[in-house]
Write a protein that binds this ligand. Structure first.
Ligand SMILES: C[S@@+](CC[C@H](N)C(=O)[O-])C[C@H]1O[C@@H](n2cnc3c(N)ncnc32)[C@H](O)[C@@H]1O
Length: 245
């Protein structure tokens, strides 16, 4: 907590706000085995572990019991590091989340690549648009001269108007699907999420986070409906996105 106190306290911050902030930056989200958040917990031993966007360990929960598991060989004397946030995000998104909740600027090996070619590619794939040519796996980069986007791979231009039209349809359908799901209209929600997936496949790269989230929702719904065959298809579609991180 030393690091928190020196990096975020200011004269204008009230004691109450500081206590809430201290709690937020030392607390961890408790998730179930499907990574659904259940609540927030404060674990004094786990609170001493620092963050990296390239973690060598993960925090897992069995009920309320928190365990740290190594995900690679950790050489003797090396620091155990976990990720405080969702690692499937662009460097800008991760840094924003860390700044807002944990009050620091991450300088892990992944974050120091900000603005480099690899990082631009990763961000464009995770959060950007796909090439209009469906046989091309390229990602789009903003081209201010043409007021649109250009594929880094084949050079094909994709206009802003077309992107905004599909993005609007996708937003509307996502909202309706979410309402249907939370109201218990599971069959209607499934149809709507399948439409969301179709729109997202037109809009985003195959490894995009939004598409992956939709597929995770579809996977959960299909498992609940015990449609194991289709669930397996979605399982196979989401795993490669995690493997590429
Ligand atoms: C849960 S505490 C971790 C332990 C803390 N370093 C300590 O000494 O008590 C979270 C706080 O540690 C600091 N921290 C964690 N990981 C960091 C990192 N990679 N770079 C800079 N500060 C970090 C931040 O101030 C963050 O709010």
């Amino acid at each position: 907590m030393e690091s928190y106190a020196s990096s975020s306290s200011s004269d204008s911050t009230s004691t109450g706000e500081m206590e809430v902030d201290k709690l937020a930056c030392n607390a961890h989200t408790i998730c179930d085995s499907e990574l659904i958040p259940l609540g927030t917990g404060l674990y004094p031993v786990i609170s001493i572990i620092n963050h990296s966007c390239y973690p060598n360990s993960v925090l897992v929960f069995e009920g309320r019991m928190a365990t740290i598991r190594a995900i690679q060989q950790i050489p003797k004397g090396s620091e155990v590091l976990i990720s405080y946030i969702e690692t499937a995000g662009s460097t800008m998104t991760r840094q924003k989340a860390l700044k807002e909740q944990y009050f620091f600027t991450c300088s892990c090996p992944r974050c120091i690549k900000l603005g480099q070619d690899d990082d631009i590619k990763e961000s464009a794939v995770l959060e950007g648009y796909r090439c209009k040519n469906h046989t091309c796996d390229g990602f789009l980069l903003r081209d201010t001269e043409i007021k649109g986007f250009r594929c880094h791979q084949c050079g094909l231009v994709r206009g802003m108007e077309e992107i905004l039209k599909i993005a609007g349809e996708e937003k509307d359908m996502s909202e309706k699907a979410s309402v249907a799901l939370s109201s218990g209209y599971n069959n209607e929600a499934l149809d709507m999420y399948l439409k969301v997936e179709k729109l997202q496949m037109k809009l985003y790269h195959s490894s995009s986070i939004k598409l992956m989230r939709t597929r995770e929702t579809l996977l959960r719904m299909l498992m609940e409906m015990q449609d194991w065959k289709k669930a397996l298809t979605y399982c196979r579609l989401t795993i490669p996105v995690y493997e590429s991180k």
